[in-house]
Structures are given as C-alpha cells and as structure tokens.
Design a protein around this ligand. Structure first.
Ligand code: NAD
Ligand code: UDP
Length: 314
C-alpha cells in the first residue's frame, strides 16, 4: 500500500483518479479548497478508511507541515481551475496555484523523496501554428489576454518542474492534458462538452461560439486517468513532458451535431461571439506517450458521449 497525495481531489479528474487509486489498495490523502470542486464528487471516498481529506489552499504553506505527509510516495498535483469560465474569474488564484503551489509541491517531493506528476495543459501551446502538436513545439501563447493567467502560469509551473528536476533531482513528470470529458464534469463547468450535454438534456439551445469551425480533440476521462497513472509508474517518464490526449480531431459544430443526435435530435444550435484568443485548432501528437508508456486512448468520442449522456440521464 502506497500513500499518495492528490491536490484538486474534489475536482473532475482528481476525484476520478482518487477513486481508482483507493480501489487499487492505496492510501490517498486528498487536498482541495473546493473552489471549483465539490464534496459530492468524493462523498463515497469519505466513507473509506484509506482516504483522508484536507480542505486547504494548496498554494499556501500551512498544511504542508502535517506529519501525515512524511509517508507520501507519489504526488499528483492537479489543483487549478481548468475551465476558462473559472480560471478567468479567479485569475490571480490560478496564477498562484500553478506557480507558487507547484513550487510547494516540488518542495514536498524534495523533502519526502516522492515522485511528482504535474498536470500541465495543451493550452501551453496557445493558439498553435504547428499541427498536430508534438511536445517539442514551443507554442504560440499570448501574455496579454484573458487566457494568459492559465496558459502562462501552467508554463511557468513546467519551468519550476524543470528546475527541481535538474537542480535537486526531484523525480518529476509533466502531463500536457488535452480536453478531457466524462460524467463528473459540473453541469455549470462552462467547458464545451458539459455545456452542450447539459443544454441538450434540459431542452436549451446548444451555444456554439464563433462559426464552430475551430477544432478540439476530446479524450474520455478513463483514458486520460490511465495515461496519468502510467506516467507516474513508468521510469521512462521521469523528467519528461508528455502529451495525454486523443488524437482524433473534431470541429465544435460536429460535436454539437453528435450531441444533438445522441440526445434525440431536437436541439437548436445558436451562434455566439468567439471568446478572445480562443485557439483555432488543437490535436495532440501522441507518439511520445505511445513510445514511452505504450499508451493510447481506446474510447472514441461517440462512445464516450454515449456513456456520459447515459450517466447524466440516470
Ligand atoms: P476541476 O476544476 O474540475 O478540478 C480542479 C480542482 O482543483 C477543484 O476541485 C478545485 O476546487 C481545486 N483547486 C483549485 N485551486 C485550488 C487551490 N488553490 N488549492 C486546492 N485546491 C484547488 O478541473 P479538472 O478538469 O479536474 O482539472 C484538473 C487538472 O488537470 C487541472 O490542473 C487542469 O489544469 C488540468 N487539465 C485538465 C484538463 C481537462 O480537460 N479536464 C485539460 C488540461 C489540463
Ligand atoms: N465553446 C462553445 N460553446 C460553449 C463552450 C465552449 O462553442 O458553450 C467552444 C470554445 O469557444 C472553444 C471550444 O468550444 O472553441 C472548447 O472550449 P472549452 O472551454 O471546453 O475548452 P478550451 O477552449 O479550453 O479548449
């Protein structure tokens, strides 16, 4: 049995990951400030003796002195708002958790000898002019815009990881996660799949921003979580940045049409202004994940949407 720390444990990915790791027989200490996460995501875990919840801001130092943390062998640092709606309304907190918060987690890893996985993002590529995006592409990111608080702070978080890996030999792994979905996303999360599914199931119009010709590549959460766990497990991932995403690309209009078909075909699609700096295209090159981890997604978009819609209906 390993002791594993997850920051952002009450969020979408953190709660899925914690459930998996506890089910595998590990002890999980979960930290969350409940800014976008919900206690209902972890209510089943709270009944399990192998799960401990700490309500705290992961960018503050106070809780890091807890004795229980000395046993931690692995750290998954997921805390950060991920939806543009939330990271833009809490922009300074977002910068803080991805930079100062990441540094604290790296210090904890240094002190305990734990391995650490940092969840960066495909947003590190900004509005990419190389397509699909391999890890060595340096990105096209704007410091002077509403997405910068997230994109640039995630990039600086990666720099902290680089420095701790080289200066202090902290065993670090950086996952650049591409758009991930499944049941468990808040219906008011604001990201496109949760918006469309919620709108379709409550009889509202599907709100496409811009002309809907921008693209994203959507990965089902089970595939993403499996990728993150392999990154933690495999020695080959140490000191590496690895894209974790589904390489099948769709336009946002196609996505709206799929969700309409899968929910009965009665939706109206309406068009709204495109947010500033909204990336035009995004698709991961996953050769590195394939070579180093033997990982690739197995759940395609239609199957993932079917599962998600079924769970939301229930
Ligand atoms: P989420 O918003 O559902 O979960 C984030 C969790 O972090 C929430 O429970 C929130 O309360 C918590 N949190 C935020 N700031 C905190 C702080 N200062 N201290 C403690 N807890 C804090 O988002 P998610 O989709 O689960 O994303 C998890 C991580 O994965 C994030 O770091 C995100 O940037 C990254 N990521 C996610 C995606 C995706 O598509 N889901 C894509 C790229 C990157
Ligand atoms: N989007 C949309 N309608 C919505 C929410 C989002 O058309 O109700 C678009 C958004 O403009 C972007 C894409 O869907 O082009 C993905 O948005 P999301 O916020 O899910 O993720 P991100 O932009 O961070 O990849």
């Amino acid at each position: 049995m390993k002791t594993i720390l997850i920051t952002g444990v009450a969020g979408f990915l953190g709660s899925h990951l914690a459930k998996d790791l506890v089910a595998e027989g590990n002890r999980v200490i979960g930290v969350d400030n409940l800014s976008t996460g919900k206690m209902s995501n972890i209510d089943t875990l709270l009944k399990n003796d192998n799960f401990v919840f700490i309500q705290a801001d992961a960018s503050s130092e106070k809780w890091l002195l807890l004795d229980s943390l000395s046993d931690v062998r692995e750290i998954y640092h997921l805390a950060s708002p991920a939806s543009p709606k939330y990271y833009q309304s809490a922009s300074l907190e977002t910068i803080s958790i991805n930079t100062v918060g990441t540094m604290h987690m790296l210090e904890l890893a240094r002190r305990t000898g734990a391995k650490m996985l940092y969840t960066s993002t495909s947003e590190a590529y900004g509005d990419p002019d190389v397509h699909p995006q391999p890890e060595h592409y340096r990105g096209n990111v704007n410091t002077w815009g509403p997405r910068a608080c997230y994109d640039e702070s995630k990039r600086l978080g990666e720099v902290f990881c680089y420095e701790y890996f080289h200066k202090f030999q902290v065993d670090i792994r950086v996952a650049r996660i591409f758009n991930t979905y499944s049941a468990g996303l808040r219906s008011d999360d604001g990201r496109v799949i949760s918006n469309f599914v919620d709108q379709a199931l409550t009889g509202k119009d599907l709100t496409v921003y811009g002309d809907g010709m921008q693209t994203r590549s959507f990965c089902y959460a089970d595939d993403t979580i499996r990728g993150l766990k392999l990154m933690m497990e495999k020695e080959a991932a140490s000191g590496e940045i690895i894209n974790i995403g589904n390489p099948t690309e769709h336009t946002i209009l196609e996505l709206a049409e799929y969700i309409d078909q899968l929910t009965g075909g009665n939706c109206r699609i309406t068009f709204h202004p495109l947010p500033i700096d909204d990336p035009k295209q995004r698709r991961p090159n996953i050769e590195k994940a394939n070579n180093l981890l033997g990982w690739e997604p197995v759940i395609d978009l239609k199957e993932g949407l079917r599962r998600m819609i079924r769970e939301y209906r229930q």
